[in-house]
Design a protein around this ligand. Structure first.
Ligand code: ZN
Length: 194
């Protein structure tokens, strides 16, 4: 039996994970940074749907060093633009959801100075603090307002199609009624809320 305490515990964990991405502090423990493995947390509360992605930078941009060459910088720019195309990344089914906000956090271990200057002009982009462990992680968070969350059926995650470095996405989700965990792969990219 799932106690309400277990559910609240997971909710707190998910919310705290989502909240950290909006600050400048880079607080993910990153203790499970495995190349190819991303994590996705989804919280549906009232009619607000929050989705947060944590990915090894190498899965998104192909490297985890500072972007210095023109091709590195172009690759990073392209990835940030792709991460902001929520319509191409998520197919939300069952209820109509309007996009409210996207934040893409680029770790300074990959953001070049020029890149930072360029990205500074984007309105919703954090340059996060660093891990100094040779790895770096990109974070993207998305907020939607949905018409009727009780009708939310599923979300198809289409990131495997655009980020070839992604192999698995560990997904943890919480709705008002239920919670669950789903391991997504290119062959099984659907989160079903039941
Ligand atoms: Zn790494």
């Amino acid at each position: 039996m799932f106690s309400c305490f277990a559910r609240i515990g997971i909710m707190a964990l998910v919310m705290s994970s989502i909240n950290t991405s909006h600050g400048s502090e880079y607080t993910s423990s990153d203790n499970a940074h495995v190349h190819g493995l991303s994590t996705l947390t989804i919280v549906a509360e009232q009619n607000t749907l929050k989705i947060e992605l944590h990915s090894p930078s190498v899965d998104i941009i192909g490297f985890e060093h500072k972007a210095t060459s023109a091709s590195d910088i172009a690759q990073l720019d392209k990835a940030v633009i792709t991460l902001r195309q929520h319509n191409a990344l998520f197919n939300i089914q069952g209820t109509h959801c309007l996009h409210v906000n996207t934040v893409v956090a680029v770790p300074p271990s990959v953001a070049s100075l020029d890149e930072g200057d360029t990205l500074h002009h984007h309105d919703e982009l954090n340059i996060t603090s660093d891990h100094h462990d040779g790895h770096s992680e990109m974070i993207a968070s998305y907020v939607f307002q949905c018409h009727d969350m009780t009708k939310l059926l599923s979300i198809e995650v289409k990131m495997f199609e655009v980020f070839s470095g992604m192999k698995d996405i560990n997904t943890m989700w919480v709705t008002q009624a239920q919670q669950g965990a789903t391991r997504l792969t290119p062959d099984q990219p659907m989160i079903v809320f039941k």
